[in-house]
Design a protein around this ligand. Structure first.
Ligand code: SIN
Ligand code: FE
Length: 301
């Protein structure tokens, strides 16, 4: 069921041929998938589709997103939805889909990886119905440029970002990504360009409600790496990358805080985010937090 392959240069991909969200994996399969994930690779499930019924299909349209939002986001813990038009909010047509995606993605990661179920925190779900080139207001928000994920208002304080993506394009179109160099190479390149923060900055941002929790020095560095990568035209043009295409009806899983990625084309996707404490990893030394701490020579979170 599991197979590892290295399509070009050395980007690790673990391919799993299941078509069920509730699968059972052996301990050795879990260890292998977890190893590829933590090595900065990707788990590809080419036949694992997020099923949408004919009855639900009409709500999959870009018009369900409110003006000014990039996607619809959902909190599976509270059922709250953001970024949808008032009409969609009232019709309650999208919530059941987002809820089901969150549940199926959780079932997958709990069975596939060698992590204690209680250590995986379920974060946001999103539905992204726009063509990847639409609604880009600035280079900072342009996910067509290689970047690692870091979120200005939601500091993760060192925890890993584990994300599940499913291409649900109804016309059978693939989603195309580029993946770039390993995190340590990114960190070595951008860490020297990063400004130290001033005392009291994290508390001020929190007090002003710009962040939902305290922005650690780790979060601040990750944001600057995210911005530095996207803003650097010559880096974007010259860094080695591998193009991957995800067919309609497929699912893929990776840690987007460490895997440099860019979405080149595609439309209609669901995504679920999980947070994982660094000390619950099989090998914490591979986390962006520990790599940055090693390079900086001090604790960052
Ligand atoms: C992202 O950059 O995290 C989003 C990728 C995508 O839209 O496919
Ligand atoms: Fe991203």
């Amino acid at each position: 069921m599991l197979g590892e392959r290295f399509p070009s240069d050395s980007f690790p991909i673990c391919r799993i041929e299941t078509d069920r969200w509730h699968s059972t994996f052996s301990q050795s399969q879990q260890a292998q998938a977890t190893g590829v994930l933590e090595a900065g690779g990707l788990i590809l499930l080419p036949r694992l589709a997020f099923q949408i019924s004919d009855y639900e299909r009409p709500c999959l349209m870009p018009q369900c997103v409110r003006q000014g939002s990039k996607h619809v986001s959902f909190d599976p813990r509270t059922g709250a939805m953001r970024g949808a038009t008032r009409q969609v909010q009232r019709a309650k047509s999208l919530q059941p889909l987002l809820q089901r995606y969150a549940e199926q993605a959780a079932a997958l990661v709990r069975s596939l990886f060698a992590y204690d179920v209680r250590s995986l925190e379920v974060a946001r779900t999103s539905f992204r119905p726009f063509e990847t080139s639409d609604r880009i207001s600035s280079w900072r928000k342009d996910d067509r440029r290689l970047h690692v994920d870091a979120f200005p208002s939601s500091p993760n304080q060192g925890r890993r970002l584990l994300r599940v993506f499913s291409n649900v394009n109804p016309e059978g179109r693939e989603r195309v990504w580029n993946v770039g160099e390993p995190f340590e190479a990114v960190a070595r390149r951008f860490l020297p360009t990063i400004a130290r923060r001033w005392p009291g900055q994290a508390r001020l941002l929190y007090a002003l409600r710009i962040t939902r929790s305290l922005r650690t020095e780790y979060d601040q560095i990750m944001l600057q790496i995210h911005d530095g990568m996207k803003a650097d035209d010559s880096y974007q043009a010259s860094v080695a990358s591998t193009q991957l295409s995800f067919p309609a009806g497929s699912t893929w899983v990776l840690q987007t805080d460490a895997v440099s990625h860019a979405a080149l084309s595609g439309q209609f996707m669901f995504e679920q985010t999980f947070l994982l404490p660094v000390d619950r990893m099989q090998d914490p030394s591979r986390s962006p937090l520990r790599i940055l701490e090693r390079l900086a020579g001090r604790r960052l979170a």
